[in-house]
Design a protein around this ligand. Sequence first.
Ligand SMILES: [Zn+2]
Length: 413
Amino acid sequence: MRRRGANLPTIGGFNQAVVFDIVRRASGGVSRTEITAQTDLSAQTVSNVARRLLDGGLVREGDKVSSGPGKPRTTLHLVPDARLAIGIHLDPARITYSIVDLLGRVVARHSTATPGGQAPGDVEQSMISTTRSLIEQGDVDPRRIIGIGVAAPGPVDIERGSVNDPPLLPGWNDVPLRDALADAFDMPTVLVKDVTSATVGELWAGGHEQAGGDLAVFYMGSGVGLGIALEHTALRGATANLGDIGHLRVSSGGPVCKCGRRGCLGDAVSPARIVNAAAAMGAGEAVAPSDHAAVAIAFAAMCDRADADEAVRGLLDELAEHIAEAVTQIVNLLDVSTVVMSGPIWAEAARHTLEGVRSRVAASTALVLPHPVSIVDSALGPDAAAVGAGCQVLESAFALGDPSPFTRRALTA
Ligand SMILES: [Zn+2]
């Protein structure tokens, strides 16, 4: 892909982002000449931008390499730990904290059960103190941290940075989570919907280069959602709440959904419903559906029992069937060739359901695409949305657009 650029006398954020993006993606380093050839930038502009990135410590020079006639060229390499980002994921069951480097690799992490029945303000305070101790225990220089990304279930109000009454987080109505974190750490902070966060994480750190930047991310935490990336960009929708697939119909039976119909995906793949169905068959204890932390623990225990329990295997096979029905509709709609399966509940079920999803989608008579569909497990595991929230900070800092507060901090840290 050829990158455009503007040969302006000043080194703008845009040109810097173009050059930085090429260096970041070149795992073996890249020379200034090669960058010039890949962009519309002049050799002088590339040289100026490279100097600024070198001065900022974001890139380093490698060995001189000879390729054909002419003088040997010095390669430029990313310095992955030159800058870091904090990513936090507020899920109804667990809160996950991560610090990622410029490649989206985790350098420190922590995870706790989401406290049930606490006021949002108290949960915010505990998020702040846990983040603070992660920075201290990870021995991370705060000056290298570009900012904070925080992922939460939708709906979110991106303008105001608030969590806006997600169905599975009672009491979180109009809670200004972004500003609470920004004020506590005096850092640029961005709020993002959890499925979008997971999608940004897959783009930065998921290892899907062969997918050409087109991905569907099927996300299963306490709730279910869809992330979409087209041409290396995570789609967000008019209010950044894209991806609610809870009312896709995946069966003709099942309980009556709150929308009044039967067979909705949200009910079909609800971990609370599945663990209680298992309990009704004598596999484990029943759990209050509103106790999301307990549901997640019970779901993990149920999956551990699957190898020895045919009834549990039957439930997980039914789960695979419902997911496959949704995935078939999604790939038909989007014409993507890669679907990434992600989220903390999925991470528990993956070993027992991935093959069942793959084989059903491949065999579906409803699949209309003229190409194979690759359905893969996320390499980011249960931390995908937290890692993605950190990657959202990187995305905001180095995006090919107007410089953001993250950009200024990234370039001056
Ligand atoms: Zn419904």
